[in-house]
Ligand binder design. Structure first.
Ligand code: NAI
Length: 256
């Protein structure tokens, strides 16, 4: 089976850690990011036969089609894995986040994933063992105060994943997502404002922890896979308990 993957948001955090992990395991990689310079620096010394870097703004459907097409062309139009990791976050009170920023969160986190799924489909459908892995989040379990539009964007990813998992079954394409709680990456560490939920829960994961979960998703895909035992248990409980209980927990965590 061909082992090639196209990763968005590959220049930093979880996308980068996953690229490094897959590279070490012998995968051929198409690495895309809006920050092409960071991609180039990261892949200095990597085998140029196995790694191709692309500047890509995932909010632009034409760019997604051109870049994913160009990568797949180098592999007989085959693509085994699309990993949608590009994303942004703005932690703040809802009313203090500009409309433009709310829009950008949806454009990148949701529409970016949709554009890449559409662009990759013609190649995924002709590849044995093809798979899509989307970055969802623990915040897709219940809306998180101060992360309102981000949380909403991850609910959208969760729904998209569920729908495509069933819709693309007929083509043999597996679609799944990964749900980490807070992870120490530039996205989180560079936030100017905080959130009570973040203060109470803390940050106990790094990008490499999530990359290991991505490997599990490649080997044994599950529609939604929680990252860390602690959150896996919380997530499982949230699926069984009445929603009012989850609301009460988030309400408690949100108390300053
Ligand atoms: P990060 O900021 O370290 O990496 C995100 C990458 O996406 C950056 O390299 C950035 O340049 C790229 N990017 C941003 N806008 C782009 C665009 N328009 N087109 C192409 N690339 C673009 O962030 P991190 O933490 O690695 O996040 C990766 C994914 O994991 C995101 O989808 C995020 O929502 C998700 N996630 C992160 C968590 C965390 O606490 N860090 C928790 C749960 C999910």
């Amino acid at each position: 089976m061909i082992k090639n993957a196209f990763i968005t948001g590959a220049a930093s955090g979880i996308g980068r850690a996953t690229a490094e992990t897959l590279y070490a395991q012998g995968w051929d990689l198409g690495l895309a990011d809006i920050n092409e310079q960071a991609l180039k620096e990261m892949t200095l010394g990597w085998d140029e036969q196995r790694v191709h870097c692309y500047r890509l703004d995932v909010t632009q459907p034409d760019q997604c089609a051109a870049v994913i097409g160009a990568y797949a062309e180098q592999h007989d139009k085959q693509l085994r894995l699309l990993f949608n990791s590009a994303g942004i976050l703005q932690i703040d009170r809802f009313e203090d986040v500009s409309s433009q920023c709310h829009q950008q969160i949806f454009d990148i986190n949701v529409m970016g994933t949709i554009h890449c799924c559409q662009a990759a489909f013609p190649y995924l459908r002709h590849t044995s063992g093809a798979q899509v892995i989307n970055m969802s989040s623990a915040s897709a379990t219940y809306g998180i105060p101060r992360l309102a539009s981000y949380s909403a964007s991850k609910f959208a990813i969760s729904g998209l994943t569920e729908a495509l998992e069933l819709e693309w079954e007929e083509y043999g394409i597996r679609v799944c997502d990964v749900m980490p709680p807070f992870v120490s990456t530039p996205m989180l560490n560079e936030q100017a404002s905080g959130a009570p939920v973040l203060d109470k829960l803390g940050v106990h994961l790094n990008a490499e922890d999530v990359a290991r979960t991505i490997l599990q998703q490649i080997e044994q895909p599950k529609t939604h896979r929680a990252v860390s035992l602690q959150f896996a248990l919380t997530y499982a409980a949230s699926q069984l308990l009445p929603r009012a209980v989850t609301r009460a927990i988030i309400r408690f965590l949100n108390k300053g």
